[in-house]
Design a protein around this ligand. Structure first.
Ligand SMILES: NC(=O)c1ccc[n+]([C@@H]2O[C@H](COP(=O)([O-])OP(=O)(O)OC[C@H]3O[C@@H](n4cnc5c(N)ncnc54)[C@H](O)[C@@H]3O)[C@@H](O)[C@H]2O)c1
Ligand SMILES: [Fe+2]
Length: 389
């Protein structure tokens, strides 16, 4: 059994906005403060964005051999004070604690963090950027575990440079912090953890292997759909989500046959960005709530864990709310056949869609879904009220 997900309140996220407009009155709020730089070669904007501020580069281990560390060093020059290139997938408190404490001890003079990598590197940077009074990471984790309010003692600016097309972490304030030893995950989200700027340079994604291309692409599809069957949805998040879901489904199969295609990489990068813009205001819902246990227990990569249940969640969502059905129909057309078409799409990119395919029997999956519905993200699902496993 996975312990309940805990998090810190953002203090500014409006909730229940869908209730306002589905009741007839158009009343909602959309907020995203991230300055977006998109396009091949946009990495060159980094010095202008930093504007002379000293920065730490946080990145993934292969970034050095791929030449990315040298590229950043060349364009940022002496303003780059250090490089942390040991970020492994799914940042865990066990790895983050020594990194965090070393960063605040040795690089307190840094004014900015440049996170270059997938969601793991960007989420690591979000954990680093908010300093505790003691400089200790367990102070932050303790507050997250209790669901207490955390007011950072010191804050660094964050420039996010994604090298995967998936998490949308470059345009959200969320960071997932894993605690595998305790069998749980924490969600860090504060007004201070929005990136200041995002540089989305699809050229940086050309080296992504097929496996991570699928995983991250399906994470984006999940973000788009989860923002639609969500009690926090509004017409602006819907607009981003519909475009993102359609573009992922049209582009990902083509990209898998042609991983070096720059135009397709750019289309996936844009789709993932739009999905990020959608769920930056809604958060995720049931499929993500289920995914955390699948990742913690079975080590399933995040993008597979949060997407293999999408057809099942779509079946539950359809018919719950006519307004939501209309938005889903803009992606799938006829909703009656939509779960089958989503299953076929996932199969076409090599993803199995039943719990049994992952070694989870019917009793265990039923319990897992019930538990996920009661999780923080599960409660965002439009089918949560009156839902059954
Ligand atoms: N903060 C958010 O809003 C948010 C949303 C979704 C997921 N997440 C988190 O993001 C993480 C997953 O992120 P991800 O899917 O981007 O993968 P990742 O960052 O874990 O990276 C996956 C693998 O790809 C490699 N890699 C990354 N970019 C590469 C490139 N350009 N070329 C070659 N290899 C590259 C990495 O080194 C790693 O081995 C999970 O921990 C998940 O919980 C966060
Ligand atoms: Fe996700």
């Amino acid at each position: 059994m996975v312990a309940p997900v805990q998090g810190c309140a953002t203090g500014h996220q409006s909730r229940g906005s869908r209730g306002a407009y589905s009741g007839g009155a158009l009343a909602y709020r959309y907020h995203n403060p991230v300055a977006i730089h998109f396009g091949d070669g946009s990495l060159a904007q980094l010095p202008a964005i930093l504007a002379g501020r000293r920065a730490l580069l946080v990145t993934f281990p292969e970034a050095r051999s791929l030449g990315l560390v040298d590229r950043v060093t060349a364009i940022v020059g002496s303003a780059l004070v250090a490089v942390e290139d040991g970020v492994a997938p799914n940042p865990d408190v066990a790895d983050l604690a020594p990194l965090y404490e070393r960063f605040w001890r040795e690089h307190g003079e840094c004014e900015a963090i440049v996170a270059m990598g997938g969601g793991s590197a960007i989420d690591t940077a979000k954990a680093l950027m908010v300093g505790t009074a003691s400089g200790r990471f367990d102070e932050l984790v303790g507050l997250l575990a209790k669901g207490g309010t955390f007011t950072p003692h010191r804050v660094k600016a964050l420039v996010a440079v994604p090298t995967t097309a998936g998490t949308g972490s470059e345009v959200t304030p969320w960071a997932t912090i894993w605690d595998r030893a305790a069998g749980r995950k924490h969600s860090l989200h504060l007004p201070q953890t929005w990136p200041e700027a995002a540089i989305i340079d699809p050229d940086l994604m050309l080296t992504l292997p097929a496996s991570v291309t699928v995983q991250s692409g399906l994470d984006a599809l999940s973000h788009a759909l989860e923002s639609i069957w969500n009690v926090n949805a509004n017409p602006i998040s819907d607009t981003f989500a519909v475009a993102a879901a359609r573009e992922v489904m049209a582009t990902l199969p083509l990209l898998l046959k042609d991983l070096g295609n720059r135009e397709l990489r750019a289309r996936m990068a844009l789709a993932a960005l739009k999905a990020g813009m959608a769920f930056s205001n809604t958060k995720t819902a049931l499929a993500h709530s289920i995914s955390y246990e699948m990742t913690l227990r079975f080590g399933l990569p995040h993008g597979i864990a949060c997407s293999f249940t999408l057809p099942m969640v779509l079946e539950r969502a359809a018919g719950t709310d006519s307004g939501r059905d209309a938005v889903l129909a803009a992606i799938f057309g006829d909703l009656a056949g939509a779960p089958r078409r989503l299953r076929e799409f996932l199969a076409s990119v090599g993803v199995k869609t039943e719990f049994a395919d992952y070694g989870v029997d019917a009793a265990d999956s039923g319990r897992m879904v019930t538990h996920a519905l009661d999780g923080v993200r599960g409660k965002n699902f439009i089918g949560h009220r009156g839902a059954r496993a």
